[in-house]
Design a protein around this ligand. Sequence first.
Ligand SMILES: [Fe+2]
Ligand SMILES: [Fe+2]
Length: 274
Amino acid sequence: MSVLSTACVRQKLREVEGACHEALLGRAPPAIPALVARDIEVREAKLHPPKEGLSTPLGRARLLHDMASIELQAMELALRGLQEYPDAPREFREELAALTLSEAGHLKLCLDTLEDLGHRWGDWPVHLSLWQAVSAEDSLLDRVLIVHRYLEASGLDAGDRLLRRLEGLGRPDGTQDVIELIHREEIGHVDFGSRWYRELCRAQRIDPDHDFPVRMGGLRQRLPYRTENLAVEIRLKAGFTMKEILEMEDWRLRSRREASSPSAFSRPAFPPNS
Ligand SMILES: [Fe+2]
Ligand SMILES: [Fe+2]
């Protein structure tokens, strides 16, 4: 049984380090399941129950639960990348293995803090929107762009807004500490994507300035649409160029227009935890 097909979240955490090690050794990976297994209810994000405000203990517990679901998918997507791209540069794969374990640390932190607050994994449903944004047909450049420069970068925008909402609540529990730590480390994950996107382009003699909008445009229809304001300073720290940020801002405005059109509901909104 692989980490991706095991349903139990704590079992996944116990096995992920060994799975990274196996992948780095190039041992034949287990088949990638179409959908990752869960030990709790999976439901489309738009059908999740409404959220309480963050000033309430229930609202903060729900936030930690939603974050745990996102961190779990981030861990699984990173591991999937290690298993699906055995021919990627060695340094890339080693950094991706470290990133996988960093996501595992985020997941454990969310689960432990959720329990400290008197709640459990499974108290709410989860979605698989992030997992469903990738495809077995993705080139490595596609995957780096989707996972690390789109999904994780959108998480930076959401994290920035969340931290502003949590400020002023007086730290009634550990939620703010968890979000701050994750947000800090996620800047490194997105920077990993930015650096390697350019490096992989260079190796393939592709101009990244030309490629970025073209490739993003090609992936557009299957990515969750985003409406969150861009955290410009944080994206710059995470390796985005100003040109890329302006292109993403244009993407965001188009997403917002599409969100008000009747066909918008065929694509989930992102980030789902905002
Ligand atoms: Fe994370
Ligand atoms: Fe991450």
